[in-house]
Write a protein that binds this ligand. Structure first.
Ligand code: NOJ
Length: 437
């Protein structure tokens, strides 16, 4: 079993949050390009037309990652760069861009990992219903086939869909993320299609030998507010939704609709053989965790029957994201997922801390120290943890929160586009060079 010094370290980034060049080289628009046109949806009324300009500065960013001593660079591919129309004709300039990123990683000795989907669906596909349209399974399969045929000779680790629950929950239920849809029907249909698409994507990639193909699961620690039956039940419902819905169907356990009966509505979208088709033996599970949420029963909240008790009300520090940062979640979820299958390779494929512009970066160092403590504990328990990917390298566009939260270990001056290593980057560099000794 692994020891702490054997773990691999890397970073995770995502196309829409970093690339910019939103309409360059024949790229089509994505739902996030469209969503951010309604500027009131974004806290600082910003968008990611330029973002961190990774499109033009990827070499500099990858060099920085290497300089810090990181071994893995995980980035996502923008579907509408590859297929401006979502399907049909491949854009050679899109392929060329990712070829350059991958080749540069290999040249400077950092392993490229690809996420196939990090929330930026081509707008053309959204116009046909997006994830609510069952055809999305074919659209996604076509896209993944092209990615495999172009990049799988050099990319060995693949993450299929990043944080399904956030994609569907924020985008198709609450309407706070692109494409801004709401309601239970949008939610249940897109959940089912996204999981089926992911299962198909797995099969397509596994047609090639030698690939490690996994998924990235958003995990939020959920606790009841009061020690009452009603609050406990509320916590179970929310936990089921947030932490089980996007893994258990793949494990062959079906939808966890006993613990959250609203999910029974998904069955309206079942076709023969679907439940079987969902079963997917991923090569690894990526655990992504940031926060703890405390909930109490609230009969007046449709479907959920629960409401969040804000950190302030609990006398707990609120991060600039509005949530309680919870590094203890890493250990908790690694142990919890290992119970599903102790042999499965686990990665902490995202974790990180949002700070405001004014907060001292020392706080981030302390956060990562706690994460390391958690990882040591799980390794002592023989849990099959392989490594950790930090969120994130350079401060970037944090979706509906705009550029306000700073998750990077490197800061960005958005006027000059200059990158500067923060205290946490220097700390990490030192930590990584010492641990290898
Ligand atoms: C997880 C998401 O994958 C990423 O896009 C986001 O920026 C971080 N959480 C922080 O909220």
């Amino acid at each position: 079993m692994n020891k702490i010094k054997d773990l691999k370290w890397g970073v995770t980034t995502a196309a829409y949050q970093t690339e910019g060049a939103y309409d360059k080289d024949e790229k089509g628009l994505s739902i996030w390009d469209t969503f951010t046109q309604k500027s009131h949806k974004i806290k600082d009324r910003s968008n990611a037309r330029i973002a961190t300009d990774f499109y033009h500065r990827f070499e500099e960013d990858i060099d920085l990652a290497v300089d810090i001593g990181l071994q893995i660079f995980r980035f996502s591919i923008s579907w509408s760069r590859i297929f401006p129309e979502g399907v049909g004709v491949v854009n050679p300039k899109g392929i060329k861009f990712y070829d350059k990123v991958i080749n540069y990683c290999l040249k400077v000795g950092i392993e490229p990992w690809v996420t196939t989907y990090h929330w930026d669906l081509p707008q053309k596909l959204q116009d046909k219903g997006g994830w609510t349209n069952r055809d999305v399974i074919n659209w996604y399969s076509g896209y993944v086939t092209v990615l495999r045929d172009h990049f799988a000779d050099r990319v060995k680790h693949w993450v299929l869909i990043n944080e399904g629950i956030v994609c569907v929950g924020a985008g198709y239920f609450l309407g706070v993320h692109a494409p801004g849809k709401r309601g239970i029907r949008n939610f249940v249909s897109s959940t089912h299609h996204l999981l089926l698409a992911q299962a198909e994507g797995f099969k397509i990639l596994k047609e090639r030998t030698g690939l490690q193909v996994g998924t990235a699961i958003s995990c939020t620690k959920i606790e009841p507010y009061r020690n009452t039956t009603a609050d406990h039940k509320a916590a179970i419902r929310i936990d089921t939704l947030m932490n089980r819905l996007f893994i258990e169907p793949h494990l062959g356990l079906g939808y966890p609709d006993n613990d959250f009966p609203v999910l029974k509505r998904i069955s309206k979208y079942y076709k023969k053989g679907d439940i079987e088709a969902l079963k997917t033996d991923f090569d690894f599970w990526g655990i992504q965790t940031y926060a703890r949420e405390v909930v109490k029963a609230a009969w007046y909240i449709p479907y959920l029957g629960a409401i969040q008790v804000k950190p302030k009300k609990r006398n707990v520090k609120t991060s600039v994201m509005g949530w309680e940062t919870y590094p203890e979640g890493a250990q908790y979820f690694l142990e919890r997922f290992a119970k599903y299958n102790p042999k499965k390779a686990l990665w902490l494929s995202e974790c990180g801390m949002a700070l405001s512009k004014k907060e001292d970066d020392q706080i981030r160092i302390e956060y990562y120290q706690k994460i390391i403590e958690g990882m040591k504990t799980v390794l002592d328990k023989n849990i099959n943890l392989k490594g950790i990917l930090l969120w994130t390298l350079v401060d970037n566009f944090e979706w509906a929160e705009g550029y306000i939260p700073k998750f990077g270990i490197i800061s960005l001056d958005r006027k000059t586009m200059q990158r500067q290593m923060k205290k946490s980057a220097f700390w990490l560099k030192k930590y990584l060079s010492n641990i290898k000794l």
